[in-house]
Design a protein around this ligand. Sequence first.
Ligand SMILES: NC(=O)c1ccc[n+]([C@@H]2O[C@H](COP(=O)([O-])OP(=O)(O)OC[C@H]3O[C@@H](n4cnc5c(N)ncnc54)[C@H](OP(=O)(O)O)[C@@H]3O)[C@@H](O)[C@H]2O)c1
Length: 244
Amino acid sequence: MNTNTNNKFQNAKVLVVGATGGIGSAFVEKIKQLDKDNIIIEVVRKKKYNHQIEVDMLDEESMTQCALEIHKQHGTIDMILNTVGLLHSDGAMPERAYKEINQDFLQKTFEANTFIPFLVSKHFIPLLSKNKTSLIAFMSARIGSISDNNLGGWYSYRASKSALNMLIKTLSIELSYKNKNAICIGLHPGTVKTNLSDPFSEKIKAYKVFSKEESIDYLVNQINRVDQTFSGKLIDWKGDVIPY
Ligand SMILES: NC(=O)c1ccc[n+]([C@@H]2O[C@H](COP(=O)([O-])OP(=O)(O)OC[C@H]3O[C@@H](n4cnc5c(N)ncnc54)[C@H](OP(=O)(O)O)[C@@H]3O)[C@@H](O)[C@H]2O)c1
């Protein structure tokens, strides 16, 4: 990766976890456009294209094998973008009231928004280069901010993203002495038109809704802007730090 923090997408090896998702696939397309020499490694739960690596992200053995395969093929990498996440599943929608809390939905939400980022960290952070600037970014959400919660509802999504934010902060502390060149951040992409936001398209009309491409342009700018002083923080698409 170019050591100039203003251009992290030049000749870079980037691992995109969840590359079949709306934001994940848009990242892949953008990184290709930014430099044809970028190497993009796409980790997915179900392959859409042959070059993608299919992994059970909740299975430690599957993650171990995946990390070994990536290391064998690419050596160290420069960036990890975790774009996995879940807001609704098989018709189950986020809770509007505590009486709607359902253990199965809670489990699935925490698996995607929290457990997978934990396992991505454990298995893929060791692949990050130690000799130059590297970065791990997790798609979090403003809604995971405890201090910003004025509306209530969406219990599992909110709590699973708050737990993700704690992971990001804790990782940043460990990385500050184990890999001083690594930056660890959470990103809030804005409200983006994807499968995740689709059931709420009527409700979110009142808000600014980005296309995937618009959101990725903003996120690429933020990734290029940040240095180690931003590690452990949650940053939104326009560059504001969101208090936890
Ligand atoms: N869209 C928004 O407005 C918005 C706002 C704030 C934050 N975010 C965050 O941005 C991230 C990406 O969201 P998106 O809008 O791109 O949603 P999306 O299109 O639904 O993509 C979600 C991705 O997560 C993967 N995934 C979900 N559960 C998984 C599991 N158990 N195991 C492995 N992969 C799993 C999906 O895999 P498949 O492709 O196989 O289904 C897909 O790649 C999420 O973390 C979300 O919380 C989005």
